[in-house]
Design a protein around this ligand. Structure first.
Ligand SMILES: [Mn+2]
Length: 335
């Protein structure tokens, strides 16, 4: 028999969730040490594919899915896969804090999925609060670190936990962990080792964490310099090509560094495509998700998102036109 925890690999909430689930499982079952839990770490690009592999595993006893939100784009396939798993007799537990329609919750329960969902606390806190029979303070602290990076540290359970610790200590540990995770997004072995080591050690004490965090911090400072020198501001739009950081990270940095603008755009080449990320300030009244969806489709790409945060994937050579169109909408309108 095999049990699987499929969790989000891009931030501390997903990594800590996997650590907590592993510890619940190894303690709460009489399974011998060999019958351990397989951890699969995913992002939104390979989520459904890895989920499909998991539900088709021979002898799948239990499947935990943590910190992966559902959207119109992925939920039908998600439903089909978890239904397939419960029909085959696997226990499925879905734990998440992203928005979920009431109808979707009903459907999941109807398939026999155990649902632990709330938008009030991050996933790690939900696991700590609802699934852990041994409420070890070490695990509470870990979940608190995840909450800090998810910006949900002001919530009931998270703030109660974090209130017991020195503020700078928890911020230091949370940031070291987050930066090490960002720096190692393409290093599965590192991330899986992190899941295991966090059971017994704080981030700073785990081999490679502070070194990786330092490398990531160096990327941040070099990008601040690049933005200061090379970002172009035209009217209420500022934009720059991202180099060694994700376009989304650079777009966030632009928005923070340029006060008074409406839209920040960063783009990064991937093969013959350009990955584009946009952020809107409080002054922006355009719905960026919708306009980006339209413009990207016109250019033969795809895109969408929220009103103040959106993204697109477009043919590499059309980035100039893409920016012109956004500038036209932002600078030409009274928005
Ligand atoms: Mn989360």
């Amino acid at each position: 028999m095999v049990s699987v925890c499929l969790s989000h690999k891009e931030d501390p909430d997903g990594i800590v969730s996997a650590t907590l689930i592993k510890s619940v499982y190894s303690h709460d079952t009489d399974a011998d040490a060999d019958a351990d839990m397989k951890v699969i770490l995913v992002d939104y690009s390979d989520f459904l594919q890895r989920l499909e592999e998991a539900v088709n595993m021979e002898g799948l006893e239990q499947l935990f899915i943590c910190d992966m939100g559902l959207s119109k784009a992925n939920q039908e396939v998600f439903f089909r896969l978890v239904e397939h798993a419960t029909r085959r007799g696997s226990r499925v537990t879905y734990i998440d804090h992203h928005h979920l329609e009431e109808g979707s919750k009903d459907r999941l329960r109807g398939y026999g999925v155990e649902l632990i969902h709330s938008v009030e606390e991050c996933t790690s806190i939900l696991i700590y609060h609802n699934l852990l029979s041994r409420k070890l303070s070490r695990f509470a602290l870990l979940a608190g670190l995840a909450a800090i990076i998810d910006e949900m540290d002001d919530r009931d359970v998270a703030s109660r936990i974090l209130g017991s610790y020195d503020k700078h200590f928890v911020e230091f540990e949370a940031t070291a962990l987050a930066y090490a995770i960002y720096q190692n997004q393409h290093n599965q072995d590192f991330l899986l080792r992190l899941v295991d080591k966090l059971v017994e050690a704080m981030p700073h004490a785990i081999d490679g964490v502070l070194e990786s965090a330092k490398e990531y911090a160096e990327k941040i400072i070099s990008n601040i310099g690049i933005i200061e020198n090379d970002a172009r501001r035209e009217g209420d739009v500022v934009y720059i090509q991202a180099v060694n950081l994700p376009a989304s990270t650079v777009a966030n940095m632009l928005l923070t560094m340029y006060k008074g603008i409406k839209v920040a755009i960063s783009y990064k080449q991937r093969g013959d495509k350009m990955v584009v990320s946009l952020r809107g300030s409080d002054l922006c009244t355009l719905h960026l998700g919708r306009v980006v969806n339209d413009i990207a489709s016109e250019l033969g790409g795809s895109g969408g998102g929220h009103d103040k945060a959106s993204g697109a994937m477009i043919p590499k050579d059309s980035i100039g036109i893409f920016i012109e169109k956004i500038k036209g909408l932002v600078n030409g309108s009274s928005s």
